[in-house]
Write a protein that binds this ligand. Structure first.
Ligand code: SAM
Length: 327
C-alpha cells in the first residue's frame, strides 16, 4: 500500500496517458523523478498489474490497466482517496498496536495510538476528517450505483430517505440524482455535516447534524452504509432502534449496506470478495473500538434484537450486500 500511495503522491496514474503509452523518460521529466528509482517503483507496480509495461527497451513504455485506472485522482471511479486515507500516518499508526487489542482486556489500537477514538480524533482534526470522508465517498459512489441498478423495487415506493452516518453527503447526492422522486436527508455528527448546522433543504437534499444513538430525522427509509460495522452489538441494536423509530411502521424500512462474511465452509461469494471482507474485518479491529464484519447469522441477531419483524438480503455488484429490515 505504501508503494501505491507513493505512486498517487507522485501523480503517476494521472500522468500515464490513457490512450498512448508513456515512456519512463517522459514520466521522469514531467514528474521530476530519478529514472533509476522510478523504474524500480514501476517494475514493482507492473508486476502486480498496476500499469503494464509494453516494451522492454532501455526506455520502457507504460500503459494503464483496469487497476491503475482506479488510482487516477480525477476519475469518477477513483479509489485513490481510499488508499491515501488508509496509508496516512494516523491510520497506519494504529496497526502497530494491533496485538494490544487481541490480548485479554486489550485496548483499541486507535485509542492506544491517539488517546481517543476515530470519531473524536476527526472532530479535533478537520484535515483528517476530510481525508476520511473523501475515502468513504469514493467507495459510496460504486455502491450507490450498484444499489440503484439492482434494487430498483426497494427505491420505487419510497419518497424520503435519511442516510444515517452519511459522511459528506455523496451517497444522498447520487441517490437524489438517480431517483429524483426521493427527498434525501444526510445525517451525521455536527462536525461532519457542512456548516455545523441544520441546513435548509436544497434541491431535495438536506444536511442535519446530530447523534444517531439519540434520534434520527424521520423518513420512509433509513439508510445505514458502513456504519454498523464500526460498532459492537449493543451499539448496533441501539442505532437500529433509533432508525426504527424514525420510519413509519407500515411500509417503512431500514436499508443496510454492509459486507456479509461467509460462514465457515460455505463459499458462494467469490473468493476475492471474501478476502476483502476479511481484510476489512482486520481494519475494523485496528481502527474502531469493537467494530467488526458480520456473518448473516450475526446480522439476523442484531435485526431481531432491535425489534424488526423480518428482513431480506440481496447481493449486489459490490463488496457490500443490501439487507432490508422491516418493522
Ligand atoms: C465508516 S463512515 C461511513 C460513511 C458513509 N455512510 C459511507 O459509507 O460512505 C461512518 C460514519 O458514521 C458517522 N458517525 C459516527 N458516530 C456517529 C453518531 N453518533 N451519529 C451520527 N453519525 C455518526 C461518522 O462521522 C462517519 O461519517
Amino acid at each position: 500500500m505504501a508503494v501505491v500511495n507513493c505512486a498517487i503522491q507522485l501523480n503517476i496514474p494521472d500522468t500515464v496517458d490513457l490512450k498512448t503509452p508513456t515512456t519512463l523518460s517522459q514520466l521522469c521529466t514531467t514528474l521530476k523523478c530519478d529514472p533509476s528509482f522510478l523504474y524500480r517503483i514501476m517494475r514493482f507496480l507492473t508486476h502486480r498489474n498496476i500499469f503494464k509495461q509494453i516494451s522492454a527497451a532501455s526506455d520502457p513504455l507504460y500503459a494503464h490497466t483496469p487497476l491503475s485506472r482506479l488510482l487516477i485522482k480525477n476519475h469518477e471511479e477513483s479509489m485513490a482517496p481510499f488508499v491515501v486515507m488508509e496509508s496516512s500516518p494516523v491510520m497506519v499508526g494504529a496497526w502497530h498496536n494491533l496485538s494490544g487489542r487481541v490480548v485479554v482486556n486489550g485496548t483499541p489500537p486507535f485509542v492506544k495510538t491517539h488517546g481517543m477514538d476515530l470519531w473524536g480524533y476527526g472532530e479535533g482534526n478537520r484535515e483528517h476528517s476530510d481525508v476520511f470522508n473523501e475515502a468513504m465517498a469514493c467507495d459510496a459512489r460504486r455502491t450507490v450505483r450498484a444499489m440503484v441498478e439492482e434494487c430498483k423495487e426497494t427505491l420505487e415506493d419510497i419518497t424520503s430517505v435519511v442516510d444515517v452516518g452519511g459522511g459528506n453527503g455523496t451517497c444522498m447526492r447520487l441517490l437524489r440524482k438517480a431517483c429524483p422522486w426521493i427527498t434525501c436527508i444526510n445525517f451525521d455528527t455536527p462536525h461532519v455535516v457542512p456548516n455545523n448546522s441544520h441546513s435548509q433543504p436544497q434541491d431535495g437534499l438536506q444536511h442535519v447534524g446530530g447523534d444517531m444513538f439519540v434520534a434520527v430525522p424521520k423518513a420512509d427509509a433509513a439508510f445505514l452504509m458502513w456504519v454498523l460495522h464500526d460498532w459492537g452489538d449493543e451499539e448496533c441494536i441501539q442505532i437500529l432502534k433509533t432508525c426504527k423509530e424514525a420510519i413509519p411502521h407500515k411500509n417503512g424500512r431500514v436499508i443496510i449496506a454492509e459486507a456479509v462474511i461467509e460462514e465457515e465452509g460455505f463459499n458462494s461469494k467469490a473468493d476475492k470478495l471474501k478476502d476483502v471482507g476479511l481484510m476489512l474485518d482486520m481494519v475494523m479491529m485496528a481502527h474502531t473500538n469493537i467494530g467488526k464484519e458480520r456473518t448473516l447469522k450475526e446480522w439476523e441477531y442484531l435485526i431481531t434484537q432491535a425489534g424488526f419483524s423480518t428482513f431480506t438480503l440481496k447481493n449486489i455488484n459490490s463488496l457490500k450486500s443490501i439487507i432490508i429490515a422491516f418493522p
